[in-house]
Design a binder for this molecule. Structure first.
Ligand SMILES: [Zn+2]
Length: 214
């Protein structure tokens, strides 16, 4: 039982396992054990989710872990760790799905940067929408793209915050963009967050390189 009431909404077990493994790599066994205990996820200590796609890792577990990171490492340290876990979630998880694997070729193609992102983002969103209970929409806003999480596991059930808190989602997005673009850097900013009282969590994705019609 997590510190937040269970949501009945799930990530696949594998996603939960990747997050825990990524955190353990950085903070060591004692660190991840402390985080799981602080998150009231004692049953997961030495008993990680299995490496399968069954939807059984409750959003409340993920959100509880994010809160514990901030408490134990401070907002700044917690942010860095959450972002790193998000990057691992893409690199070791999402990237291997068939629909995304095809998008990987884009990095090598002579397409304008913006075209790669325009094809890549909806493919990433489709994976979430298909194999998880997280719901994502992708919109364009001028030259920018908006990654809109209408049902967000990262801040699920989290109390009021005066700033956005979904750093795991931001890290995942940064890594996915880096991958689809063959290493380009982007601006990725969470400008709306459910934990701040907004209706959904929204990331704005921008690049100075596509301002001139790219
Ligand atoms: Zn969120």
């Amino acid at each position: 039982m997590s510190r937040i009431p269970l949501s009945g909404l799930y990530y696949p077990n594998k996603f939960g396992l990747l997050v825990i493994d990524a955190l353990r790599d950085v903070m060591g066994q004692n660190g991840i054990d402390a985080i799981l205990r602080l998150s009231k996820l004692d049953e997961m200590v030495d008993n990680y989710p299995p490496n399968d796609l069954e939807k059984a890792f409750d959003f409340a577990a993920l959100s509880s872990i994010m809160i514990s990171l901030d408490e134990l490492y401070g907002m700044r340290g917690g942010q860095g760790l959450a972002s790193r876990a998000g990057k691992a979630l893409f690199a070791d998880g999402l990237k291997d799905f068939g629909a995304v694997a095809g998008v990987g070729d884009l990095a090598l193609r002579m397409l304008p940067l913006r075209a790669k992102v325009k094809v890549g983002l909806p493919a990433f969103a489709a994976i979430f929408n298909r194999i998880t209970d997280q719901k994502v929409e992708v919109l364009e806003d001028g030259n920018d793209f908006l990654w809109i999480i209408t049902v967000c596991p990262v801040c699920w059930g989290r109390g009021q915050s005066n700033k956005p808190v979904c750093h795991l989602a931001g890290g995942l997005l940064e890594e996915s963009l880096r991958w689809v673009s063959g290493g380009a850097e982007f601006g990725v900013v969470e400008e709306l967050c459910h934990a701040q009282g907004d209706n959904h969590c929204q990331f704005r994705i921008s690049s100075p390189r596509w301002g001139s019609g790219q």
